[in-house]
Design a protein around this ligand. Structure first.
Ligand code: PLP
Length: 459
């Protein structure tokens, strides 16, 4: 395609395409960033550049771009049978093979062996809330309908998942449904109780107990959390806090839903985030890394306790009415199988662990002493550098995201995509990244921080 054809496409985008997380009027002024292709950790832009994808798209392109074996697996499946519904017991080979494979990937002692596939993370959470309710109803506890989730947590934007999302910006024009309740964020840097990690009494977790008592334990169905709060700014859980959360759930017969949409499938250097924190959730939501975004796919993993209760005690003649047209989609599942082959064959979970340690080390070396850097944190190949006006918790420049947006713009100009997430710059490159590519990415981020800082001399 010629430059004039790209310009035409960009103009058509301005006129006809609606982009989420994008201000319409700004988009019409600036136009799209047209991505033409990709290979490994890089994407090709319409202005002829090859840019490092430092956030794996949206935390999801774990095996990198341009994996022809996934395309071939999908093509073969589509030629045989692209799709058939999963309702009323219909099934397809890729869905069966994928479910069986996941049963071996989840840690053996967690008793997780049944899977329902969705189209992404939001609907995985929606389904898990329905499953939790159905589980309690099967036990005769129909009044258990409330869901607790954490401030700064992100669980999607559909109705129930959106209500569970605890980031205030998402509720400006979208009310929290009355059965959803937000509890304290487990954020040590910005502790809601004014504590520091040395005098932490884990009040954020005890807030879960307090809200359960306030609402009545017999009315609470589930607590949902991410192991690491991803979209909240890669917020690491206070030591021991997730186990305490799990204990609170167990005490009250409340289900723990672990949202592993970001942390699943190797991102943290283990297959699942639950392995770092010794968790045994009742339900797990996953998406993204399961097939690296080559086709839409997410899903719910059911513990044997939940599955068997519904199977053995569920109302007779009344099926689980949580069906989506695209549940257990054959082609998306075929993409997942090919994706998991790559992850295993290339040792990408181990690579995420090794490269993740290297990435955090380099970030600390390069940026640790910058006056605007408040904290550098992460696990595996997900890391955040948080910036504040020196000596405060205020945003650099006084305006939310003014500095980080500027850093992200500089990165783009210099040849890398890094995500401005609130007051952090976040990196989550494909799990196949190597040292040389990481050096380049971190170098670009470092230079971009210096570029942006020049425009904020006061901090
Ligand atoms: N849960 C978490 C932890 C996420 O990060 C996301 C998306 O980023 C979702 C759920 C929602 O997933 P989706 O955008 O596929 O609906």
């Amino acid at each position: 395609m010629s430059q004039s054809e790209y310009a035409l496409l960009e103009d058509l985008d301005r006129r006809h395409v609606v982009h989420p997380i994008t201000e319409f009027r700004v988009h019409e002024e600036k136009g799209p960033r047209l991505i033409l292709g990709g290979k490994g950790v890089r994407v090709d832009t319409a202005d002829g550049r090859s840019v490092i994808d430092g956030f794996s798209g949206l935390y999801n392109i774990n095996v990198g771009h341009g994996r022809t074996e996934i395309a071939e697996a999908v093509s073969a499946q589509m030629k045989r049978l692209a799709y058939y519904p999963a309702f009323w017991g219909y099934s397809t080979e890729p869905a069966i093979r994928l479910a069986e494979r996941l049963a071996t990937l989840f840690p053996a002692d967690r008793n997780i062996s049944r899977f329902l596939f969705t189209t992404g993370g939001s609907d995985a959470n929606e389904m898990n809330f329905r499953l939790a309710r159905f589980y309690h109803a099967s036990n005769g506890q129909t009044e258990r309908c409330k869901v607790l989730s954490r401030r700064s947590g992100y669980h999607g934007v559909t109705c129930a998942a959106g209500s569970a999302t605890g980031l205030p910006a998402y509720h400006v024009f979208a009310d929290v449904s009355p059965v959803h309740h937000h509890v304290a964020a487990p954020n040590c840097l910005r502790c809601e109780y004014g504590n520091t990690s040395s005098d932490c009494a884990m009040e954020c977790v005890e807030d879960v107990e307090a809200v359960i008592q306030r609402e009545g334990p017999e009315t609470v169905s589930a607590v949902i959390t991410e192991p690491i709060l991803g979209s909240g700014g890669i917020i690491m859980p206070p030591e021991g806090s997730l186990q305490r959360l799990q204990e609170i759930c167990h005490t009250h017969g409340i289900l723990l839903i672990l949202d592993e949409v970001v942390t699943g499938f190797g991102r943290t250097g283990k297959w699942f985030g639950m392995e770092h924190f010794d968790l045994s959730p009742d339900l797990v939501s996953f998406a993204k890394g399961i097939n690296s975004g080559y086709l839409p796919l997410g899903g719910c993993a059911l513990s044997d306790k939940v599955y068997e209760t519904i199977r053995d005690k569920g109302p007779q003649g009344f099926p689980f009415l949580g069906g989506l047209t695209y549940n257990n989609h054959a082609s998306s599942c075929a993409a997942a199988l090919a994706n998991l082959d790559i992850v295993e064959r290339e040792g990408l979970v181990e690579n995420a662990r090794e490269m993740g340690d290297y990435m955090i080390g380099c970030l600390r070396d390069n940026l640790g002493s910058h006056p605007f850097v408040k904290e550098i944190r992460g696990l595996g190949l997900m890391a955040a550098v948080e910036f504040t006006k020196p000596g405060t918790l205020e945003p650099v420049g006084g305006l939310p995201m003014a500095f980080t947006t500027s850093v992200s713009e500089h990165c783009w100009k210099r040849g890398a995509i890094a995500r401005a997430m609130w007051e952090t710059m976040s990196l989550a490159p494909p799990l196949c990244i190597n040292r040389t590519e990481l050096d380049e990415l971190i170098d670009i981020l470092t230079q971009s921080v210096h570029d942006a800082a020049a425009a904020f001399p006061e901090g």
